[in-house]
Write a protein that binds this ligand. Sequence first.
Ligand code: CP
Length: 360
Amino acid sequence: MVDVSEIQETVEFERGRPDIYGAAHPKALLRAIQEDGDYLKDLSNQHVITIDQFEPITLLQLFRLAAKYESNPDRFTSPLQGKILISAFYEPSTRTRLSFESAWHRLGGDIMSITDRSTTGIAKGESLADVGEMFNNYCDCVVLRDNKEESLHQMMDTLRVPIINAGNGIDEHPTQALADMYTIFKWRPDLMASEVPEYERINVGVIGVPGRMRTVRSLLKVFTKFSSAFKKITIIHDENETDIFSPGQREELEDAGIDVNVVTSLEEVICQLDVVYINAIAWVGDSFESHGSKFHLHKDLPFKENAIVMHPLARGEELDTNLDETHHNWYFAQARGAVFLRMALLTCMVQRTSRVMDVI
Ligand code: CP
């Protein structure tokens, strides 16, 4: 693994703060990493399937490009002009579909959107491999959300343009995890250092069932890429839930050197947590499962003074709206930042980084 200190400046790390609109300011992150677009070439024309495929140093450069976009939203005119995206979402989505489409539009590209597979030849029995073969003729990049884990792989058999996994069943949602990590680094750019001092490392509480939730599954994978940032990861689950982890999931964290704690009482741990990440829904088949609905985050809980709350959204009763006006609310910043993270990723994948790297 490349030593990330190679790309660190010796700057005094600043801590990010959300502004009044819940927008975590990206400039501290931007100043904390030196420019080196070469690592971004790793993403050119690559499918994005799982967090496993990324090197930490590539991710840091990706976050830097995202922060550049977020810091200077009006400075980048149309690097994706002439490029076409197919946005295929066969499962409900507010944030992922619209933020990908917003990202592509902001970069000057054109979009074709499919929101119902029954409007395509799939309804007539057409194979996904044949659909993939057709997509090669129509677009430069595909974003796919599908409730079936395997659909992505069936299309990849014939696709020669890159595809992004925007959620495949309960397997993974890699760009959500990238947006989550980008949020954490905007809050605490010092956590990007290759060796974070023990006393600066963070305790993260994840309320949910990692084995059933694709957002959490990808989140835990991205944590292993930056293990020095974490003192401990605590999984908080309903005592009625069994099989919290899928096979190998806990071991993956521990092998990366991260301490893992599993509890059923939020009260027991909340006052120790720097980041509280909550998700209560897992989309399975044509419906959703609710996990951990007994947990309810609200402003009167004994949070640490500077704790942040994250949620991939959509929210249910587990996340009280009375947290929205508090400084613990980083979930809106998380959703907002995902647009810039996706702008950065798309730019790299369709090989247009040369059009933005010199602009600051
Ligand atoms: N975070 C997320 O995946 O939200 P959507 O389901 O609205 O895309």
